[in-house]
Design a protein around this ligand. Structure first.
Ligand code: HEC
Length: 126
């Protein structure tokens, strides 16, 4: 009896821990995650979109240091980091299109423009 109580308590703690770790994560549905960038890379056009719509918060190099960054809640991410680029094209597209909390959604942009901004974020990898 005693042993099963210990197992139960361990399980409760483990689940609690997993839940708190995941609360920070921005989970993208599997079908969105799997989508590949269908748009040809055009960095000139992509840069124009990024500078106009993203730079104010994310900064010109995507370091999360734009002029509006300080007043933002949440993790702006670091678009130069390897960890950021482990994400799929579909994840970057989904996050950009839908936004979350202080990150605005970009439903005013066409899907093509959002895919171009994904190309631009890819070009910021160090
Ligand atoms: C008004 C400020 C603001 C603007 C403008 C903005 N973002 Fe964000 N962005 C945020 C914030 C805040 C977060 C963190 C949101 C969270 O974690 O809840 C974020 C998060 C992200 C993420 C997820 C980062 C990660 O590490 O996974 C991506 C991708 C992203 N933004 C792309 C863009 C793109 C592309 C644009 C322009 C089309 C853009 N953002 C414009 C504020 C902004």
């Amino acid at each position: 009896m005693k042993q099963s109580k210990i197992i139960l308590m361990t399980a409760v703690f483990a689940i609690g821990f997993l839940f708190s770790a995941n609360a920070q994560d921005w989970v993208v549905p599997a079908k969105d995650k799997a989508v590949k960038n269908p748009i040809k890379e055009d960095l000139k056009e992509a840069k124009t979109i990024y500078m106009q719509h993203c730079k104010a918060c994310h900064g010109s190099k995507g370091l999360g240091d734009g002029p509006k960054a300080k007043s933002m809640k949440g993790n702006l991410g670091d678009f130069s980091s390897a960890a950021f680029h482990k994400q799929t094209d579909g994840e970057l597209f989904y996050k950009t299109k839908n936004g979350r909390a202080d990150m605005p959604n970009f439903k005013k942009l066409s899907d093509e423009e959002i895919w171009l901004s994904v190309h631009y974020m890819r070009s910021l990898k160090q």
